[in-house]
Structure formats: C-alpha cells, structure tokens
Design a protein around this ligand. Sequence first.
Ligand code: F6P
Length: 556
Amino acid sequence: MTSARSVDRSRSAAGRRGLPAWQALARHADEQQGVTVRSLFDQDPDRTRDLAFETCGMYVDFSKHRITRTTLRLLLDLAQQCEVTQRRDAMFAGEKINVSEQRAVLHVALRAPRDAVITVDGHNVVPGVHRVLDRMADFSRRVRSGEWTGHTGRRIHTVINIGIGGSDLGPRMAYQALLPYAGPQLSARFVSNVDGADFVTATADLDPAETLFIVSSKSWHTLETLTNARAARQWILDAFGSDTAAVAKHFVAVSTNAEGVAEFGIDPQNMFGFWDWVGGRYSMDSAVGLSLMLAIGPDQFTELLAGFHELDEHFRTTRPEHNIPLLMGLLEVWYNNFLGAQTQAVLPYSHYLEHLPSYLQQLEMESNGKHVTLAGHHVDYQTGQIIWGQPGTNGQHAFYQLLHQGTKLVPADFIGVAEPLSKLTEQHDLLLANMFAQAEALAFGRSEDQLREAGVPEEQIPHRVCEGNRPSTTVLLDRLSPRRLGSLIALYEHKVFIEGVIWDIDSFDQWGVELGKILATTITDELIADNPPALAHDSSTNELIRRYRAARNRPI
Ligand code: F6P
C-alpha cells in the first residue's frame, strides 16, 4: 500500500517516457552506437557550419557532439511534445510555475528595462525592481565616493558579503570574473561557511573602521549566515567599545524578510529588498549583487543586467532550431537520458571564471536534483546532471586523464574568452591553444595507426591510444565584460530551465536541503548540552555525537 506521503511510482509510466519523441530518441540512441564524432566529421566535414551559433558576443559550437541532424530533429520534437515554448512563455508571463511553493519565477524581471511590464497577480513588478536598483546605485555611489563612512568617519575600503548558497555564490563568482572592472579603492570578500575559520581568515588583516558588512539572506533564517552575522556584529562592537551606534554604519542587509532584519538590529533604511518570485540561485542580479555593484560601480552593474536581458530576449524570441540555451538543455537531456552520462564537466579557460563551476553546481543541481514530477509522481528516468569542473589548465594536470582515457562518458563545456584581460597577452595565446587542443583531442583522439605512424613502440600503443568520441561544447566569448558575463549566466539559467521542463520537475524549489537543516538543529543541542543527552538517532550517529562530546570534554 502507498502511504499518503509516499510518492506513487506507478502513475508516471505514461509520462515523459511514453512520449513518441522520447521513444524515438531511445531507438535512435541504439542505432547510433558505433557512430563517433570522427565519423560524423568524416561524413560532413563542414558540420560546424550548421552546428555553431552566435549571440550576445558568444560563439557556441555544438559540432563536437554525438549528434546528427536526426538527433537534433528528435530532440526538438521532444521539446515540442513537452511544450517547452509554452512553459517558457508562462515563466516570462509571471505564471506560478514553481508549483510546490505556488510562486512565479521571474528572475527575468530583475533585468527587464524600466518601461517593461511584467505582472504577478495583476501587479507590474518592474517599477519595484528599478526602485531597489536605484537605491543600490545611490548607496554604491556614496560608499565608493567616500561620502558614506564608517563609525569613525573613515572611508570604507572592504565590503564583506555574508551569505551562503544563492546569497553568496553569484556575487562571489561575478566579483572574481569582473575583477579588472573593480577599482582599487574598494575590494570585496565573501564569508559563507559556518566554520568560524571562514570569518576569522576573511577579517584577520582588516580594520573594522574601514569595513562594511552586507548580510545577504533571502529568508533571514539561514543558520550559517545569521551565525556569521552575529560574529561580525561582535567584531564591530569589540572594535568600538560596544557602541551599538556603529552597527548602522557598518551593516546593511539584503533580504525579503524586513522583520527579521529589524529584529537583528539592522536599520530597515539600510535594507535592500527582493521578492519571493526570485529564487536564491537566480538572485545575483537582484540586491544580492550589492557587493558586486559596490566593487564595479552602478554603471557596470547596469551593463551586466543588459547582458542578462539580451540573452533573455534571445531565449524568448529565437526559434527552437537556433535557440542556444534550448539546444544546450536538449543536449544535456540527450546525454543524461539516452547515452547514460552521469556528470557534466564545466571547464572555464579563464582564471577570472574560476568560481563558475561552483556557481553552476548550485544552479543546476539545486534546480534539477528532483525525484518527482510537477504532479508529485516519482520519475522513472534520470534527472539532474552532476556538475563539476575547474579552470583550465589546472584541470589538465589533475583529472583530464580520466576524460581522455577513462571509461566514463563526461560531456564537457569549454568556456574561453578571445580578448585577453591580463597584461601577459602571450600567455593568453597558450591558454586558448590549450582549450582548443583539449576539445580536439577529446573529440578525435589518437588511433593505433596514427601512433604506429609516429613510431611509437608496439608495446606502448594500447596504453597511448586515445579513443576520442568525447563530446564537448565550446563557448567562445569575444571578451569578458559585465555585459558578456550577464549573457553567459542567463544562458545557463535558461538551459537549466529547459532541462527541468523536459524532466517535468519543479526546478525552483529545494525541499531536499531542509531535512539536514532540521536534524542539525537537534544535533547542535545534543552536542552542547551540559548533561549527557538521551540520544535517539541510529547507532552510527549516536556514536559520532558521543565521540565529539568526549573530544570536547563534555560528559557522555
Ligand atoms: O541551500 C538552501 C538554500 O535555501 C538555497 O536555496 C539558498 O540559496 C541558500 O539556502 C541561502 O538561503 P538564504 O538566502 O535564505 O539565506
């Protein structure tokens, strides 16, 4: 018998796997066995002409994938049968497509032009978005110009964003990506981990008189953030003889929870709001980006938003065959559901994009790591791909061996920038040469014959063969500017959306992370109790708690 709370696996049978396009793709995947990227290029040497696309200063090459025209046609059929364009339009129209929380999903409104009209429950949300952006810009100008000072009248030199997940990864990634646009007078740091070492190392060399904290939390309930915010408050009070007036000059908040912010002691005048229709992992272009705006200035932040919007328009208006995020999402479905890939590598060939893989991990895995459909039925197919990666060329000397000669299928995204941003421009040539070479080597490998021709000793040949046929997308940006970064992030946001629609899941909730949070609250009490607590966990957890208590000299 199925309990009321458990999910019904039987009812999903006629779902996605029953669609004609899904079944045709499954047959097609069988027929395609033995077809390699090399054989596809041999048959059609100019296939890049049809399989590379350009928008928003980005050249996106899909030709090194295990796809034919038929594969693409069937994937587009699947998109059509899953009604992706209708779902996309519903998102842009402010419909409550986050069904488990009954919320609209409108990160696209965060970068809509001032005169756009996007309504939720009959109310145009765009003027509110621009009111907050204007306040952020005004505040940023005051801090950057030195008009806003710390408690002792000294200018602010360091901004520390305290937040986690969506309230950390976006601004952290974008700050690093846009470092060349940040002026020397103000730098940003990021504290996220509840491990006190994070706060201590971030503040070790700082002068409280010149430090401003931005506490970012959509819910204002997040343990890590509130704990670090309290540590920061104490750090400021310790520096200013417990004068609570200092808090107003050294703390601002970003949240949707005005009451929580006021209760914490931050002046609501110093709070920048956003809305429940912005998911945490989709919020870097809301007030959550305040640390970034402070670092790069309001004008560059406006450019970032323009880049997001430009890609939104591409996604909203381009027909499916040329719609880049849509095609990217479909390719991931192809590998995930029909070719058995479990993971997807993200390999930025840009030091500035160092934090992109971590950012995309949350975007993709918190969005699409779901096991039930929108209607609450258990899926009978794979969902969310595992995202991982590191900037090139470091990864080449760590894990690329497995990509080239291992037994697992790992589709990869190579992301590079044509225009160098560092002064060492010859090194940029080396960097990009490596990116192109890796994608080529993965796709085409090196055969026994080629090795023999090159005079490789016979006994080494099996060890040195690279089979190739390892698929990848190459994204080449003309430059890494705020505008381009906005477009790049929007590209991934919409790709994730497409996957979620095909998998028929709610990409905008994250109930799975709640259980661990609840258990941690109970266990914290058990770890710190003065007397030995009555433990009612499993034997493994009970023992770990006892051992920790013993190590901290607490009675067990
Ligand atoms: O990890 C769960 C989560 O709720 C994320 O979705 C979110 O980005 C993060 O915690 C931080 O939440 P908040 O911004 O509410 O502090």
